[in-house]
Design a protein around this ligand. Structure first.
Ligand code: HEC
Length: 130
């Protein structure tokens, strides 16, 4: 009787250990796979200055030199409407573009990491307007 109780306790102890090992493992995996994480604002700034600033402007208000010629005005990231959008929404627009708009898709030109970095930088700009 005593041995069985002890066995049960050991079993519990052991399986609890296994479960926590699994949890630790699953936490560790994403960070070792995802090399571009976390999104980096500084890298995002460089991407923005190179590809986006001409339309969206240095401070993200949509007043870049290239915006003058646009029929659809470039988005002003400092507007509340833009500020309220989730990272996923912004990312989707960057990845797929907007139909009938000068804002084309950047998939192919930017890597997933660069798109996430540039969203992080857009966040910095959009907060400056609040
Ligand atoms: C040729 C000009 C142009 C360039 C270059 C450009 N955009 Fe845009 N962008 C626009 C326009 C115009 C819109 C508004 C689209 C609409 O509403 O029809 C827009 C909208 C957006 C939006 C949606 C904002 C919102 O509030 O929904 C995001 C995000 C965005 N651009 C990010 C970028 C990023 C990141 C880059 C650079 C990689 C970039 N854009 C380059 C013209 C441009």
């Amino acid at each position: 009787m005593l041995t069985t109780r002890r066995q049960i306790l050991w079993h519990r102890f052991f399986s609890a250990g296994l479960v926590s090992l699994c949890i630790l493992n699953s936490l560790a995996i994403p960070s070792s796979y995802a090399q571009d994480y976390p999104p980096d604002r500084e890298r995002g700034k460089a991407v923005f200055e190179h590809y986006c600033q001409n339309c969206h402007g240095k401070t993200g208000r949509g007043d870049g030199p290239g915006a003058v010629a646009l029929k659809v005005p470039a988005a002003n990231f400092q507007r509340f409407q833009s500020f309220l959008k989730s990272d996923e929404e912004l990312l989707r627009t960057i990845e797929h573009g907007v139909v009938f708009s000068p804002m084309h898709s950047w998939r192919g030109q930017l890597t997933d990491g660069e798109m996430q970095d540039v969203v992080a930088y857009i966040r910095v700009l959009s907060q400056q307007g609040q």
